[in-house]
Design a protein around this ligand. Structure first.
Ligand code: COI
Length: 354
């Protein structure tokens, strides 16, 4: 990325900052004053624009609505201890975004547009980056198909947008999760590894059913036999078994999480053995029962590091160790936060300081 792009800036006439309560920031409900938009047509991206956040007029026939050509990402900008703003590992999200795009027959976004769009948006909405510990400005890149055409084919036109929302962690307490053995999130050869809208849509009904039973989230298992643990849909899953960090390996049905990758790197650096492999439901349940599984958590950009308090499986509840006693995940979460907020050296060059 080298070329400085021509981005049109249209400033909002008034700011919503003064009427926003930064002590009440539920995930994804409050948006900053501006958004970034780029348009794809005739095989190229153009009309790069930072403009006031608001509705985008479009035809009800757009193919994103009918056939689901829609992908997204999630990143966070942090207010560092010295007041500067940094975005955590945006290049990883850029790469994954284009992997999702390729799988969904959508055009790649250029790195210049992705990165300079973020920089321009955060520059104008700099005051929206919260300063409280544990808070950040969540950045949501999204691309969707805008051809007003009902034939089933890849769209010729797309919108790429960046939205930002100041937020705390997605989950506020340890999770009571259910191992799902009826419905599935993804199957081999499908789109499970892509961050595409339909993966989330199909999870909503099973999730609502689980909520009726008192669960906060699902643990998805493989579609073939419900024998192996995959991910949580909103986050990857990591366990500590016999003192080792054990996490389902990334495959076509599991999202290649940036937080997951970061935690693996930090754990290895701290001398903790890491196993990325298939993890069976049996191993997890037996590990809880015999005490070899001492820690389990969800890891994601929105979820951060959220402890799993209990697991439901085939009508039984298995309570895990008290989250307050878990040194491994708490230690990793602290190191990760210290790096993000500029309180610890950024040895791996993860922070993109703006
Ligand atoms: C993220 O962690 O950025 C996600 O996209 C999860 C979201 C669906 C809540």
């Amino acid at each position: 990325m080298n070329d400085t792009l021509d981005i049109t800036i249209t400033k909002a006439e008034t700011s919503r900052l003064t009427v926003t309560d930064f002590s009440q920031l539920p995930f994804g409900k409050v948006f900053s004053d501006h958004m970034f938009i780029a348009e794809y047509d005739n095989s190229q991206w153009s009309n790069l624009h930072v403009l006031p956040y608001g509705p985008i007029p479009m035809s009800p026939a757009i193919s994103a609505l009918h056939y689901g050509q829609a992908i997204f990402e999630g990143m966070k900008a942090y207010r560092q201890a010295n007041g500067k703003i940094s975005v955590f590992r945006p290049e990883k999200n850029f790469e994954r975004f284009n992997k999702s795009a390729a799988r969904m027959s959508m055009p790649a976004i250029t790195k210049d547009i992705f990165m300079q769009g973020i920089a321009a948006l955060i520059d104008i909405d700099e005051k929206w980056v919260p300063a409280q510990d544990g808070y950040s400005l969540y950045i949501r890149p999204v691309m969707f198909a805008t051809d007003p055409y009902l034939g089933v084919k890849p769209s010729d036109k797309y919108i790429f947008a960046l939205l930002t929302t100041p937020t705390g962690p997605y989950y506020s307490k340890a999770l009571n999760v259910k191992i799902e053995t009826e419905y599935t999130r993804a199957d081999d050869g499908g789109v499970g590894y892509a961050k595409t809208a339909g993966n989330y849509a199909r999870s909503l009904f099973p999730f609502a059913e689980a909520q009726k039973e008192g669960f906060d989230q699902l643990i998805w298992t493989d579609a073939a036999a419900h024998e192996f643990i995959e991910e949580a849909g909103t986050a990857n899953l990591i366990f500590v078994i016999n003192g080792k960090l054990v996490t389902p390996s990334v495959r076509s049905t599991v999202l290649d999480g940036v937080t997951r990758d970061t935690i693996i790197t930090l754990a290895k650096k701290a001398g903790i053995e890491v196993e990325e492999r298939r993890v069976s439901v049996k191993e997890v349940i037996e590990g809880i029962e015999n005490g070899s599984l001492t820690d389990a958590f969800a890891a994601g950009t929105a979820a951060t590091v959220t402890p799993i308090g209990a697991i439901g499986y085939q009508g039984k509840t298995y309570t895990l160790t008290d989250p307050a006693t878990r040194t491994i995940s708490a230690g990793i979460a602290k190191t990760l936060n210290d790096i993000r907020y500029g309180l610890a050296p950024d040895e791996f060059g993860w922070n993109w300081v703006l």
